[in-house]
Design a protein around this ligand. Structure first.
Ligand SMILES: [Zn+2]
Length: 358
C-alpha cells in the first residue's frame, strides 16, 4: 500500500561514501544529521522512502581531467569531450578502496541497526521488511583488484556483491567510455583476457557485474560470456540523449533478453537531449527515460540508478528526499501501483537474487 507516495526505493547507484569519507573530495558532514550538503543523509533517506541501494566505492583519478563532465548552464556550447584519465596504480587504488569500505562498515556500526550491509538475497528482503537501509557494497571500477584475482576473493568475503568492470578510464580488465557528447558508447576496446577471467570469477562467487561506464564492445563481450542477468546500474537511453554513457537500443534489447535491469541515472547531462549540465531540468526528463526503456524492453527491466552525491540532479527533485515527487510524476504519467513497485525496488531485488544465487 502506498502512503503519500512513499514506496520503498531501492536505488542502483550512490556516491555517499566518497562524499562523506574520502579525503579532498569529502566535506565535513555526518551521514546521520540532516544537512543541505550533497544529496544523501539518513534523515533525508527516511523522508524520501529510500530503503536501500548500491553504495559505490570509487577511486578518484589524480589527473586534472577527471572532473565531472559536461557543458555547464552558462555555456553556449553543449558538445564536449573529456580525455580518458590514465590507468590507476594498484596500490593506490587498493588503499582508497579499503578506505571507502571501512567507511561503509563504520557507518553500519554507528547506525545501530539502521543501516545493514547486505550479503545475501535473504538479508536484503529482511532489511527492507524491518526498515533498515539495505546497503550493497559496490566497486565502481575494478582497479583495486589484481589480475590474479586474489583480492577479489578477499573483497567478496568482506562483502563485495557488485562490481563495475570499468569506470571511465582503462584498467587491466576493461575500458570505460570517455565522457563525450554527442558520442557513441562504441568507443574503445572490449574485455582483456584478464577481464574474461574476472567475469567468470564474479559468476562463480555470486558478484553482480555492473556494465555502467564500460565500452559497448566490453558490454557485448560480457553479454556473450556472463551467465547472470545484464545489469547497468546508472545510465540512460542513448536514443533520447546521445551521451557515450547511455545505452543504445541494441544494448537495451540485450538487457531484456538476459532478464536484466537498467537503472536510470538522474544526472541532468545524461538525461537532456542537449546534454547540458543544467540543474534547471524538469523531473519529466527522468520520466522520459524510464518511459522509453519501459516501452522498449518492458517494465520488468527498468529501475532507478540515481547517482546521488555523484552528479547534478534536477532542481525539482533536489535530493533523495524528493523521491516521492518522482513517484508522483510517474503516477501522473500513467504508472499504476504494480508498475511503480517494480521500478522502485522489485526489479532490482529479482536481478540481485538471480546474480548472487544465495
Ligand atoms: Zn558513475
Amino acid at each position: 500500500m502506498i502512503i503519500d507516495n512513499k514506496l520503498p526505493i531501492f536505488d542502483g547507484h550512490n556516491d555517499v561514501l566518497q562524499s562523506i569519507y574520502l579525503p579532498k573530495t569529502g566535506r565535513p558532514r555526518s551521514f546521520f544529521e540532516r544537512t543541505a550538503e550533497g544529496h544523501i543523509d539518513l534523515p533525508r533517506m527516511r523522508e524520501g522512502g529510500f530503503a536501500g541501494g548500491f553504495f559505490a566505492v570509487f577511486v578518484p583519478s589524480n589527473s586534472p581531467s577527471a572532473g565531472f563532465p559536461g557543458a555547464g548552464p552558462g555555456s553556449a556550447a553543449t558538445a564536449y569531450e573529456i580525455p580518458l584519465p590514465a590507468p590507476l596504480d594498484l596500490t593506490y587504488a587498493r588503499t582508497i578502496t579499503i578506505k571507502g569500505m571501512a567507511g561503509l562498515f563504520r557507518l553500519e556500526a554507528e547506525s545501530k541497526g539502521q543501516v545493514k550491509v547486505i550479503r545475501t538475497a535473504a538479508e536484503l528482503t529482511a532489511a527492507m521488511e524491518c526498515a533498515a537501509i539495505a546497503a550493497v557494497l559496490h566497486f565502481e571500477g575494478a582497479e583495486a583488484i589484481d589480475p590474479d584475482l586474489d583480492a577479489l576473493e578477499v573483497f567478496y568475503q568482506a562483502g563485495l556483491r557488485s562490481l563495475g568492470l570499468a569506470w571511465s578510464r582503462p584498467n587491466v580488465f576493461a575500458h570505460g567510455v570517455p565522457f563525450k557528447f554527442p558520442g557513441t558508447p562504441n568507443i574503445g576496446p572490449g574485455l582483456s583476457d584478464a577481464g574474461r577471467q574476472l567475469v567468470n570469477a564474479c559468476n562463480r562467487l555470486g558478484i553482480s557485474i555492473d556494465l555502467a561506464h564500460i565500452t559497448e564492445q566490453g558490454f557485448w563481450d560480457t553479454a556473450a560470456l556472463s551467465r547472470t542477468p545484464l545489469v547497468v546500474t546508472h545510465t540512460g537511453a542513448h536514443a533520447l540523449c546521445p551521451s557515450t554513457r547511455n545505452l543504445t537500443d541494441k544494448q537495451l534489447d540485450a538487457v531484456k533478453e538476459s532478464d536484466g535491469v537498467v537503472g536510470v541515472n538522474f544526472h541532468v547531462g545524461f538525461l537532456r537531449r542537449d546534454g547540458r549540465r543544467d540543474p534547471n531540468t524538469p523531473l519529466s526528463e527522468i520520466v522520459r527515460h524510464i518511459d522509453y526503456i519501459a516501452r522498449r524492453i518492458g517494465i520488468e527491466h527498468v529501475a532507478f540508478g540515481s547517482d546521488f552525491d555523484g552528479a547534478i540532479m534536477p532542481l525539482d527533485l533536489g535530493d533523495v528526499s524528493g523521491m516521492p515527487k518522482l513517484l508522483q510524476a510517474l503516477r501522473d504519467h500513467g504508472y499504476d501501483d504494480d508498475a511503480l513497485r517494480k521500478i522502485a525496488h522489485q526489479n532490482w531485488l529479482r536481478v540481485l537474487r538471480e546474480s548472487w544465487k544465495q
